[in-house]
Design a protein around this ligand. Sequence first.
Ligand code: F6P
Length: 464
Amino acid sequence: MASEQAGAAQVLVASNRGPVTYSLGADGTLDAKRGGGGLVSGLSAVGDEADALWVCAALGEGDREAVRRGVGEPGVRMLDIDADVHAAAYNGVANSVLWFVHHMLYQTPLEPAFGPEFRAQWAAYETYNRAFADALAGEAAPGAAVLVQDYHLALVPGMLRELRPDLRIGHFSHTPWAPVDYFRLLPDDIAEQLLRGMLGADRLGFLTGRWADAFTACCVAVLGGTSGTRIGVHGLGADADFLRERARRADVEERLAALREQIGPDRKVIVRVDRTELSKNIVRGLRAYEQLLADRPEWRGRVVHVAFAYPSRQDLAVYRDYTTEVSRVADAINSAYGTEGWTPVVLHVKDDFARSLAAYRLADVALVNPIRDGMNLVAKEVPVVSDEGCVLVLSREAGAHEELSEDALTVNPYDVSATSVALHEALLMPPAERAERTKRLAAAATALPPTQWFLDQLQALTTP
Ligand code: F6P
């Protein structure tokens, strides 16, 4: 039974970050920047006929101003949620607690704190989820399909189910899911609320079987079962067509030339590209490289570590401190080992997609060593655009490892020494083997392109 408030959209996506963001110029002009990524290309595959709508949060002053002025893209609705509510929900709950639980990042002195401040943030998280549920309920046509994304919006399925029992509701987790004992760090009532919120969906999607199983185990331990909610696995792949075309454009060529210049001739290149965030394990990656230089002096002057670490979630001290630590360790390596004509670590912190693609193209080795990661698309993108083949050193805790383990060099992300040895082996791999492995990695990495990934979920949701 559809509610009286039903809208016209047949397919809806809900996520914290939307496909477009606005910046407000000093002269009052609004500048729109469209995002890329799997969801954007997936939703565009649905087409206009299906009356698709993307509901997202207004994230900064530019977005809020766009909402106030009624500026927007067709098919996108931004919610102007109170800035304090959004900050408490996004920074306080989503990125300080849920992110830490699912990525198992707590360690002294980063301890969970569930006092009054957290309870106030939790109330904001509920309000923020409620804003999404209300907007979706108002926009969805009778019987429409709604695909809710990620840990920011875990309560939305349950709230929406109450408002609109006629809808088909899916939820997709882009993160890992915590093992039972770790998940139960959360206060019992909140653990229960999160699981019940998600189980309000008809179908839940995860990036790997491992995360889906962990979720099921949490439901069994906390609630006694999954109450009949269907659970599926959709391993998002890299978008080969887009990447190959994009990586050959003039701006990438320019950056390739600049990077080559900076690296110097006849040197091997170890590349990493990440948002600067604790789960990515950038500092241990730098330490592993430092150990390589210490243990195997033959590499000094013959290798450069190109590390792109793009600041993220800088409203939170723990992320800011980590960003500072990354720069400090990179500088220390350069001071200890650098010479007149050789800079061992080239660190860039300004987000530049064209430069990332250029680095993917010239990498001899890609280092992807997260402590835990839902998937990690860098691991899948590098082999697709690599010019001459690239050895992938990959954490066994990245979701992508399930699909790429045969041709990557696997590392335990905590084991700095073993990572250092893996880097050495990667640098020594003969070109023919490297090229063969890269070819197989690229095939595995592109097995489920974003458009198909999205359409598969939609189909699974709408097929009882
Ligand atoms: O991995 C989970 C996720 O929400 C991704 O979907 C996204 O790429 C990333 O985190 C971005 O985080 P934020 O929106 O906080 O910058």
